[in-house]
Design a protein around this ligand. Structure first.
Ligand SMILES: O=C(O)C(=O)C[C@]1(C(=O)O)C=C[C@@H](O)C=C1
Length: 212
């Protein structure tokens, strides 16, 4: 076994690694200069078109030199991440993730899922609350005070309708919510008013039962 041979090759690799790091630092310095220009001119840190051009270049060269284009793209994005971190630090903003190829599409996908889950929840809570109040009202009216059974049902019709309306509006409005802020506000509004109406309804029922 020729250890001297391996040592020589590993030394060459170590020198090549150092050259790579020096080149990466040179690249990072150029990106930092671009970052300063962007900060002075109000430009966004990420430029998806430029990133795509850089990635295409890496993939093309990888294929030309007999390397794996997917792996080289990954390396390329990791290198660009270093630039983006430096550029974001200049602007004092959180660094975006350059491995995320389509950040805007992702945002829409997430909010669409949020909207659907939120709407289903809202409908479920609304239907369940009205059904529970209906059952409680029937129990309160017919079991505890059979003389006034129907009148308590009429009395409860208004708060029940308001609860149903509140959750229905939340369900309907969530479909047109444009961003996470909209969705948060619709949820908050629905749960505050819906919760308040439910509490008032339960209080009326309790009073009705206590007073007979
Ligand atoms: O060309 C730019 O605008 C840069 O900021 C440089 C760079 C890169 O590292 O290649 C970094 C971030 C951008 O999203 C695109 C490219």
């Amino acid at each position: 076994m020729n250890d001297g041979y391996l040592e020589e090759k590993r030394k060459a690799i170590a020198e090549t690694d150092k050259e790579i790091i020096i080149l990466l630092k040179k690249r990072l310095d150029l990106a930092t200069e671009i970052g300063q220009y962007k900060a002075q001119n109000g430009l966004e840190v990420r430029n998806l078109d430029v990133e795509q051009r850089v990635v295409d270049r890496y993939r093309y060269l990888a294929a030309e030199y007999g390397m794996n284009p997917d792996r080289m793209e990954h390396i390329c994005r990791t290198i660009m991440q270093e630039s983006v971190e430096s550029e974001a630090a200049i602007q004092g903003v959180p660094a975006p993730d350059v491995h995320d190829k389509d950040p805007h599409k992702e945002e829409i996908r997430i909010s669409e899922t949020d909207i659907e889950t939120g709407r289903r929840k809202m409908l479920g809570i609304g239907v369940a609350s009205v059904a529970a109040i209906l059952v409680l009202t029937a129990i309160a009216g017919f079991v505890f005070n059979s003389d006034n059974g129907l009148s308590i049902l009429y009395l409860m019709a208004v708060p029940m309708a308001l609860i149903a309306l509140c959750f229905y509006l939340g369900y309907k409005d969530m479909a047109s919510g444009k961003n996470a802020e909209d969705l948060r506000w619709i949820k908050k509004r629905t749960f505050i008013f819906g919760g308040l109406m439910i509490a008032i309804t339960v209080l009326i029922l309790a009073l009705f039962i206590i007073r007979g």
